[in-house]
Ligand binder design. Structure first.
Ligand code: SF4
Length: 353
């Protein structure tokens, strides 16, 4: 198929595909699906081999958010029966992070509900990062605290945070359909702030919220423009008690097309299969490993994922290997831009050693 040959050639040379090509991937038939997976798999292998990076979520503050993101079980007015609690203590966060590291995770993602952190919240995060680094000096730490205000990204960077997650989620044109309390441009500004502070930018999407193919391509291209290092692809988890509770638009085949399109647009970025993989990809999860090079291990923020051992078995059965702590996730031309901290606060090595 000319389309796939063109996309593979562009992916291998890190060239941006045409918007029409990305749309065409989403429009392929089920008959063509394995060809699409094979083509995007070639691009994935060129930049990431057969490695799978494991990430582990720690929900450090859950529920009771004043924002109204309609997909979110922690939103204002949510009636979802989720756990609700205020900030974990540093030792509790470190304890939770240790469970992920023991399972093979090389990145822990510290996530707090809310519009954005106060300066006191940034202090809390700082203490958590120090407690985690006491136990695991080399683990990558990503923070996800919502919209950042001036100077907060710099403070997180100084505290030893490596990456900042803030998803764009949906296309700019339809962003108002999923959230009214903040806008797409607010999210873009936070990703930019994180990047300019030297944090690795993690920003992705949620599919299955009623968006069109054009919307999906728009947001995935917007992420390429932002040059996100990692791109989590979430599939909507339709929580009862939220406005999107009844939305079950996705099929496993559609999820694979979305991941393939994301890989072609972000050939050398970490494409991560995020929330909803078990319920939407179902028995096709192993095929998705040919497209994405990263997954979350175990549970999500407010819902349970499949057991960690089942993830590890799936990775091994599919012929992939868990990425070790001594291997850089990103290819050298990208990794060199991100200097993951290995000194200073939280390590036992003197700062100038
Ligand atoms: S800001 Fe975050 S925690 Fe709050 S409703 Fe939106 S997605 Fe959920």
């Amino acid at each position: 198929m000319d389309l796939l040959d063109s996309l593979v050639a562009k992916g291998l040379s890190r060239e941006l595909p045409a918007r029409e090509e990305a749309l065409a991937v989403l429009a392929t038939s089920d008959e063509e699906l394995l060809d699409v997976v094979a083509a995007a798999g070639r691009v994935r292998r060129r930049w990431f081999g057969r490695r799978v990076k494991l990430n582990y979520l720690v929900n450090v503050k859950s529920g009771l958010c004043p924002e109204d993101c309609s997909y979110c079980s922690q939103r204002l007015g949510s009636r979802a029966g989720i756990l609700k609690y205020t900030w974990l203590k540093p030792d509790q966060a470190a304890e939770a992070a240790s469970a992920g590291v023991a399972g093979g995770a090389k990145r822990v993602c510290l996530v707090a509900s809310g519009r954005g952190p106060t300066d006191g919240d940034v202090n809390r995060l700082t203490d958590m990062v120090a407690a985690i680094r006491e136990r695991h000096a080399d683990v990558e730490v990503c923070a996800c605290l919502g919209l950042l205000s001036n100077g907060q990204a710099d403070r997180l960077r100084e505290a030893g945070v490596d990456a900042y997650n803030h998803n764009l989620n949906s296309a700019e044109a339809t962003y108002g359909d999923i959230c009214t309390t903040h806008g797409f441009e607010d999210r873009v500004a936070t990703v930019r702030q994180a990047k300019s502070a030297g944090l690795s930018a993690c920003s992705g999407v949620i599919a299955g919220m009623g968006e069109s193919d054009e919307d999906l391509v728009d947001v995935v291209f917007a992420l390429r423009e932002l040059d996100a290092d990692s791109v989590p692809v979430n599939f909507l988890i339709p929580f009862e008690g939220t406005p999107l509770a009844k939305r079950w638009d996705l099929t496993p085949q559609r999820c694979l097309r979305i991941l393939a399109m994301t890989r072609f647009v972000h050939p050398d970025a970490e494409v991560r299969i995020a929330g909803g993989r078990e319920i939407h990809l179902r028995s096709l999860q192993p095929l998705a490993l040919h497209l994405a090079n990263s997954v979350f291990l175990g549970d999500y923020l407010t819902s349970e994922g499949q057991a960690g051992q089942a993830d590890l078995d799936m990775i091994a059965d599919a012929g992939f290997e868990v990425e070790g702590a001594d291997t850089s996730t990103l290819p050298p031309h990208r990794a060199e831009l991100v200097a993951v901290r290995r000194r200073g606060a939280g390590t036992r090595v003197p700062p100038n050693a």
